[in-house]
Design a protein around this ligand. Structure first.
Ligand SMILES: NC(=O)c1ccc[n+]([C@@H]2O[C@H](COP(=O)([O-])OP(=O)(O)OC[C@H]3O[C@@H](n4cnc5c(N)ncnc54)[C@H](O)[C@@H]3O)[C@@H](O)[C@H]2O)c1
Length: 344
């Protein structure tokens, strides 16, 4: 059993990873400032696992808070999720993105160095491949980033690469996530962004629940089977379990490990909408809109390196992702109704 600091642990992927950590017998300590999440997640985690993770409410750039958390909770390793993550927003407020995503990472590395903690799992993104020349995307493909968010992930990877190359004793995993979707099967936790969702999963769910009028499908003239963008949707619990495999992997092997976490299957936006209709039993109105400048035609992973190095492979289907997202959406809509009734 290890004590794992989970920065951004109240967020979407972080909360699901806390469940996977507790299932694996570890002790997560969540550090989050609730910029894009809510303290209620802690109650939900306790209901799912019977164990309430310790919470440190702090900004990832707060060095003193990090020093105290690492020491007080005798942290053995860190999984670093805390970041700003919306591609579109990153083009509007890039400095905030550099401050949180790069400033936060540097502060964390300095605090870990001074506490002599050298095991780190980092949330990277398929965004670091820019527009891949072909699919499936392998880890040795050229890297580039077409927006400030992607650049923060690429720079984060470079910083960690330089760290591992120059300082001995570090065990670092850089995990390149494809497109997380779905929710825990209990329906108690799921993606709950503050404001209008920027990711397609929760957006489609809100349209199905009649909380938003329609889905905008950005472009239907890409060179893909049905003309809409193709992505590699991966169940968030598969992704969460990938972090446990990565932790086990870096525990055994020092240095730097970089892997894709995806399913290896491409799915178009229209396929996703139809799969969601099948699971929710609701018609999902959509409208074809112009392409967005930052979007690419298709991206899906070659996940074989993660299987080879970490023994990890995604196992849940697109239907599972849609069913679990819908269950979570229905639960959160019901909770919203109740709150509104209680507050008059
Ligand atoms: N969801 C995706 O599609 C996706 C894809 C690839 C990579 N990622 C990366 O995975 C990580 C987690 O993503 P997510 O989808 O769970 O996002 P999320 O927004 O749900 O979770 C991030 C968490 O970090 C917290 N946070 C933000 N700024 C902070 C700060 N300054 N100090 C402390 N906490 C702060 C937020 O409150 C939130 O709880 C991020 O690093 C993201 O860039 C996400």
């Amino acid at each position: 059993m290890a004590n794992i600091l989970v920065t951004g642990g109240a967020g979407y992927i972080g909360a699901h990873t806390c469940v996977a950590l507790m299932n694996a017998g570890h002790n997560p300590v969540i550090l989050d400032n609730f910029h894009n999440s809510s303290p209620q997640v802690l109650d939900r985690l306790e209901r799912i696992t019977g164990q309430r993770p310790v919470l440190v409410q702090a900004d990832i750039r707060d060095r003193l808070a990090l020093d105290c958390a690492l020491e007080a909770h005798r942290i053995d390793a860190v999984i670093h999720f805390a970041a700003l993550k919306a591609v579109g927003e990153s083009a509007e407020i890039p400095v905030d993105y550099y401050s949180v995503n790069i400033g936060g990472l540097l502060t964390l590395i300095e605090a870990m160095t001074s506490a002599n903690i050298r095991k780190l799992v980092f949330s990277s993104s398929a965004n670091v491949y820019g527009e891949p020349a072909s699919v499936p995307v392998r880890e040795d493909f050229p890297l580039s980033a077409g927006n400030p968010y992607g650049r923060t992930k690429l720079m984060g990877e470079m910083i960690l690469g330089d760290l591992a190359a120059t300082q001995t004793g570090w065990h670092i995993a850089r995990l390149r996530y494809f497109n997380p979707l779905g929710a825990h099967e209990s329906g108690l936790i799921g993606e709950a962004p503050n404001g209008i969702p920027s990711n397609i999963g929760p957006y489609v769910a809100k349209v199905a629940a009649r909380e938003l009028p329609e889905v905008s499908v950005f472009g239907d003239d890409y060179d893909t089977p049905d003309g809409t963008g193709v992505r590699d949707f991966i169940h968030v619990m598969d992704l969460a379990e990938g972090h446990i495999a990565a932790l086990d992997g870096i525990w055994a092997a020092p240095g730097l490990t970089t892997v894709n976490l995806g399913t290896g299957k491409g799915c178009s936006v229209l396929e996703l909408i139809h799969a969601f209709e099948a699971q929710s039993g609701r018609r999902i109105p959509y409208r074809i809109a112009p392409r967005r400048p930052a979007d690419i035609a298709q991206s899906y992973a070659d996940p074989s390196l993660a299987e080879k190095l970490l023994g990890w492979k995604a196992s849940r289907s697109l239907a599972d992702m849609c069913r679990d997202t819908w269950r979570w959406q229905m639960n959160s809509s019901a909770a919203g109704e109740e709150d509104r009734a209680l507050t008059g």
